[in-house]
Design a protein around this ligand. Sequence first.
Ligand SMILES: Nc1nc2c(c(=O)[nH]1)N[C@@H](CN(C=O)c1ccc(C(=O)N[C@@H](CCC(=O)O)C(=O)O)cc1)CN2
Length: 286
Amino acid sequence: MSAQIIDGKKISDEIREEIRRETAALKERGVQPGLAVVLVGEDPASQVYVRNKAKACEDLGFYSEVHRLPAETSQSELLGMIDRLNRQGNINGILVQLPLPKHIEEKAVIDAISVEKDVDGFHPVSVGNLMIGDDSLLPCTPAGVIELLKRTGQSPSGKHAVVIGRSNIVGKPVSMLLLRENATVTMTHSRTPDLPKVARQADILVVAVGVAKLVKRDWVKPGAVVIDVGMNRLPDGKLCGDVDFGDAAEAAGWITPVPGGVGPMTITMLMSNTLKAAKRANGIDR
Ligand SMILES: Nc1nc2c(c(=O)[nH]1)N[C@@H](CN(C=O)c1ccc(C(=O)N[C@@H](CCC(=O)O)C(=O)O)cc1)CN2
């Protein structure tokens, strides 16, 4: 293997230390960031993520509330809870853990969260702000990808970035963020002809398609930065990304592992957004 590994856990720990320090200073001014996390149902992976979010809040000195609702909760009950949290003064960020049970319309729930408290960056106004370059709360995983690049000294500016995948949660927003960082961006998807050939043109290759080990060594330009946003559970229970790590690392200059790459950044960027929302709510600039 020739590639250098981008250690998402280490970078995430560094950012958390910065947030911890800033939170302590904020508390001396009487401001404590507050996050509400809402979980509907008993999805085992979601339960772990929600627990980790509450732990991160405790560790950084945030106030937090976790609302665990039964799977049968109706959409109007959930919207009622969001309405209460929107009006709650000690809550700066509201996160509804996804996926939601099938009988609840995800869009209606996201739309109901007040934009100022939209720490997931999924609200249509936050998405619009991202498009026009306004300073809104950014979606956590895409923001984490940009932080990983910057903090490893791999600035996107002037580079050709190829994004594989066009989801609303990762592919589209990460493309906009790379563009904002002055990369030339190519967005690709399942109907792109000769995907390996397009991927091979990338200085920065971001993969978020949900297909285990799709990207092989011959998809990667020698020396390129490969960012794997995929998280796939194999039949043996192990996690793997959308990139065949061992193979692609033979060609890449830098590469993120799964686990331990982009994943740890998601919750850290959520904490960063909550801190930012708390400062804004209290008229404190970053
Ligand atoms: N409202 C939201 N729901 C969901 C989001 C989100 O950003 N907002 N993202 C995912 C789940 N998620 C956070 O909620 C999340 C996923 C993965 C990780 C992570 O740290 N992954 C580790 C591996 C963890 C493991 O071993 O299972 C890694 O990749 O190293 C954190 C958060 C869907 N829902």
